[in-house]
Design a protein around this ligand. Sequence first.
Ligand SMILES: [Zn+2]
Length: 319
Amino acid sequence: MIMSDWVDFSEIKSRVTIEQVLRSYRVDWLRRSGAQQYRGRCPIHAGQGKEAFHANFRQNLFHCFACGAGGNVLDLVAAMEACTVREAALRLRASQVSGPASQSGQRQLVTKKRTVNSPLGFSLTLDRRHSYLIRRGIDAATADWFEVGYYCGGGLMSGRIAIPIHDEHARLVAYCGRAIDGAAAPRYRFPSGFQKSHVLFNYHRALATSSNSLIVVEGFFDCMRVHQAGFPCVVALMGARLSRAQRALVTDRFSNIVLLLDGDPTGRRATAQIASDLAPALAVTELLLPAGMQPDQMQADQTRQILAGPERRLAIGNH
Ligand SMILES: [Zn+2]
């Protein structure tokens, strides 16, 4: 991939101080320890350890002895925002107040070609036993398998259920933050720059099964519940349409597709559209759920009945 929207990492690292970044996140509880160092509770994982987070203002570096996060200002912003280092650099550049005039009109004319979903350089420490997961019917084994959990640190995923998303090479490329409060918007928060049309949630785990039949659902929780019911070869579209890149992923490896989208008008329309799109390439089974029903709300035996009932060929637990 060509990156014509060039960012000068070292220029940003030398100009922005770790103190400025911490201040921008309203981290004001650190206390001085020695001439150049501050210590305190870690703003990234925000967990135990009142002394875990160390920031060295002379070296412009930080390290957390509890969650293991560490690095320069770009790493700090990436960890706080749950984004890539490159996105962190773009953020710092965009938010600069006193720097040289880099936001000239000229820059806006540059076509933004960028690497699609580059791997994250860190992972978040999450509470996989949070009550929200239990409320959504996600058991402990499933939460561990998908590595989902509540994030109590700062930044983009703060106060949300963070769902790790991997690319087809099993590299962690983003977290999606699900609000746990019905009123919070957006319900699903993706990092800016993340392109969900280029990945299928859980695809790398579906690839690792020996199944030729892939179940396709709309959402993360549909996917986790279908897995939990005994069908590990399942992916989520993260929406109700199949993009060209997603189509390529599907047809690349699987010969049978089972569409299990929501039982609402959007799900019905999407089922018909995706089926006609895929039919020339592989065998498609359209499972139409009754109105108002969706896979994340079905009991496991309901899911098994629909997917593995007498008229279906799908084996349960086909690892
Ligand atoms: Zn930490």
